[in-house]
Design a protein around this ligand. Sequence first.
Ligand code: GLA
Length: 378
Amino acid sequence: MSSPSEPVTVSFAASAPGRVNLIGEHTDYNDGFVLPMAIERHVTIRVRPRGDRLAVLRTQRDRRPVTIDLTATIHPVGRSWSNYVRGVIEGYRRIGFAIPGFDAEISATLPAGAGLSSSAAIEVAMATVVETLCGRSLPRAEKALLCQQAEHEYAGVPCGIMDQFAVCFGQAGHALCLDCRSREIEPVPIDDTVRVLVIDSGVKHSLADGEYAKRRRECAEAARLLGVSSLRDVTPADLSRAVPALPATELARARHVVGEIARVPAFVRALSAADWNAIGALMGESHRSLSTDYAVSCAELDLLVELSGRIPGIIGCRMTGGGFGGCAVALVEAGRAEETGRAEETGRALHDAYRAASGIDAAWFLTAAASGPTVVVE
Ligand code: GLA
């Protein structure tokens, strides 16, 4: 089932995927390019319509229900996980969706706090629930922006548009080259001789702790000093000429952003040409730049990337998402059809090398690019 055209009054399950970003990190809020893909890990909300106007939500972990009155303005509550859901429901209420009551049970195959956009997945899954119950859908870009707004207002995270767009527009077998200024999306096929490996450093990240917002402010200040509305308008040549005008921190942040924006179209070209050497080099440059100039990596992510360079079958590896912990993403050789198991061996080898060096038993999985939200009537 895709866009609902009339209210659904039976039980159903809405799922939304997480995402990994292949390249283009911390560029979305600088109007730049990003190249994320939706993954085969989801947040699922099972829904049973009720006869009243209450939403009663349960998660697998916390059985105590959260009850929301759908007839009155909904406010955020402390630092509760339910704020993502509250913000999305309130977003639809504000634009005139009369949401009928429902019971919901939320479960996930997507780890939370690992930099795989579990927050965008829960937001988009709830948006899909609301649209299904009401029998009305927003255009996908508006749905993504409503979810981003919920995250800003109800979770206090001033995120860019990448995560919600990647989750809403996910396309099987494709990464999405998103121009965060025009919001145009170009799906880029991922060759089936490679697989995507996601490995969790085991360091929990939190974007709400202020560092993310600080990077945004530093970028805005760099743009102001350079006389442009965003760093998208700065070329590497402009930046070298402007070195004396910028304080060291703003210069380093701008160097990352300007270089990273240029790496995205280069990566897309390399992917289309199956130029794996170029892809490996671009991922390595991206990680180094995030670690040194942007200062959003950590010792464990740096270690994972360093170890990946010694493991045969790994094409390239870098941290993915906001950083300060969370996951690394690697492109790995899948080999020919008769070599099934080769990518698994590569993943296992990275896991083992990381455990030997750090003592951390990291969770990891292989994934292909997946499609966006789905609804299944039960
Ligand atoms: C988080 C944010 C995104 C983006 C990335 C960094 O995932 O939610 O908007 O800024 O960090 O690329």
